[in-house]
Design a protein. Structure first.
Length: 100
């Protein structure tokens, strides 16, 4: 079984169209986060001279949530809201340690 079939089985996706829209959503959200990161860093005053440890402390709490919001928006625009809502809910439950 190839990687695509494993993901389709894991994510319980029946349609090839839905699979490719989900993959496109991940790609577009990933590409979109870079300009968003630059904007967020600019808004909080991060420059090239800012120490790396400060950049990391800012990056960790701000950029992943921005990525997940972007993923939900892009996924919704591509007709995959249900998948990404469930995907992000599962991530949030994992991060907070809550069981189903």
């Amino acid at each position: 079984m190839g990687w695509m079939e494993r993901l389709k089985t894991k994510w319980q996706i029946k349609s090839n169209w839905d699979f490719w829209m989900i993959m496109l959503s991940f790609s577009l959200a990933g590409m979109a986060i870079m300009p968003v990161r630059k904007l967020i860093f600019h808004l909080v005053g991060i420059t090239d001279k800012t120490p790396l440890w400060v950049k990391i402390l800012i990056y960790i709490p701000l950029i992943p949530p921005a990525y997940y919001i972007g993923l939900l928006v892009v996924g919704t625009l591509l007709g995959q809201f249900q998948f990404f809502w469930g995907f992000l809910s599962a991530r949030l439950k994992f991060l907070t340690g809550k069981k189903k």
